[in-house]
Design a binder for this molecule. Structure first.
Ligand code: PLP
Length: 387
């Protein structure tokens, strides 16, 4: 085979990526083992039948041809109104481009703001694709730790030190894997670093409808930030539409215009019937979003109640998203060793903190994505587990 580009061969550099337990759990499941899978952030319900009916009606109504490349106007307008209502920042459809999912938005956002070889900051612990996304865009990923003792809130001082010569900063609130919802103070610190070092902020807000304590604040709403922030959003988590691959970027008009050129030359737009289904989903309003989020809210309570009954393990109560991180350092084991032993002994699959970078080492991340009774049983087993 002729040589492939270093751009593509360096996306995943290989070596131990902390995902061995996950791969083992998936192959055991595929072999028919009864694994309680608490690894991946996907709802235990499928996309609502009413959304599927809207998709079906749109497709049968003929919306199966090429679609407007930045997204259909009705969906862009709906997203703009929703964002303006939620954040108070004046937003029109010209600030929105529809993308095939939040992940594609993260990639496009990095491609839009970094040149090859420039540094792009992200916070550790991090959603697993972040460094690879940055490398795929040709930039150099540079991690900045957020510490468990700070509730995994990023520290503006550390960010300021790392920002020298960087071009962008990627944040995620509510956060996967930690469940942290960034406070106003954290976001003000982030905004100051962005101003001082002329950084673009890429704000991953795919969990913005899953907040259990406090409120979701979009950093785009902070003074002077709308012109240097690209918000990446998606219907995957808010509407249980992971497979529909429907997301967006919200940002300054000039940036959206350039992203239009990127979409023209890469995806050539998203399927019209998926966009119509997304529009229908958004029209169902906040009650629908609360219904999709409710199981995670319930299970968070279940887990916190069980944790309160023992004093061996601590967790930082997640303020948002569909995960809970438990500090298993009292066992003296790494998250990876603990997760492996738990899988081997009890067929319960969780993610080692090490899968999400250095800062979550000695933790495990539990996705709250199985039915309440099975979830409660799994947490009980895990808390009394003596490896
Ligand atoms: N960002 C975060 C923090 C995530 O956890 C995920 C998915 O798990 C994504 C982005 C990507 O979501 P999607 O591409 O399904 O919109």
């Amino acid at each position: 085979m002729a040589n492939l580009s270093s751009r593509i061969t360096q996306i995943s550099p290989g070596g131990d990526d902390g995902w061995d337990v996950f791969r083992k759990a998936q192959s055991l499941k595929a072999a028919g083992e009864p694994i309680i899978d608490l690894t991946i952030g996907e709802h235990d319900v499928r996309t609502d039948p009413s959304i599927l009916a809207a998709m079906d009606a749109s497709a049968r109504g003929g919306h199966t041809g090429y679609s407007a490349i930045p997204g259909i106007e009705a969906l862009r307008s709906k997203l703009a109104t929703r964002i303006e209502t939620r954040t108070g920042v004046p937003t029109t459809s010209r600030n929105i481009i529809v993308m095939p999912g939040g992940q594609a938005s993260l990639f496009a956002a990095h491609l839009a703001v970094t040149d090859p070889g420039q540094s792009a900051l992200f916070i550790d612990p991090y959603y697993a694709t972040y460094p690879g996304t940055i490398r795929a865009a040709g930039a150099i990923p540079r991690r900045v730790p957020a510490r468990p003792e700070d509730g995994f809130q990023p520290d503006a001082r550390l960010l300021g030190q790392a920002a020298l010569g960087a071009k962008s900063l990627l944040i995620n609130t509510p956060n996967n894997p930690t469940g942290a919802v960034y406070t106003k103070q954290t976001l003000l610190g982030i905004a100051e670093v962005c101003h001082d070092h002329d950084l673009w902020l890429i704000s991953d807000e795919v969990y913005d409808t899953q907040v259990w304590n406090g409120i979701h604040r979009s950093p785009r709403a902070l003074e002077g930030m709308a012109e240097r922030t690209l918000v990446c959003g998606s219907l995957s988590k808010s509407h249980a539409m992971t497979g529909s691959r429907l997301g967006w970027i919200c940002g300054p008009e000039d940036a959206i215009d350039e992203l239009f050129n990127l979409s023209t030359n890469t995806t050539y737009g998203q399927p019209g019937f998926i966009q119509d289904a997304g529009l229908f989903a958004l029209q169902q309003g906040e009650d629908f979003e609360a219904k999709i989020a409710a199981p995670f809210k319930r299970r968070r309570e279940i887990a916190l109640e069980l944790l309160a009954k023992q004093n061996r393990f601590q967790a930082i109560p997640p303020d948002g998203a569909m995960y809970i991180m438990i500090d298993i350092r009292p066992t003296g084991m790494s998250g990876e060793a603990f997760a492996n032993a738990l899988l081997d002994t009890h067929k319960i699959a969780v993610m080692p903190g090490e899968s999400f970078g250095h800062s979550a080492a000695g933790h495990i991340r539990i996705a709250m994505t199985v039915a309440d009774d099975r979830f409660a049983q799994a947490i009980k087993t895990l808390l009394s587990f003596q490896p």
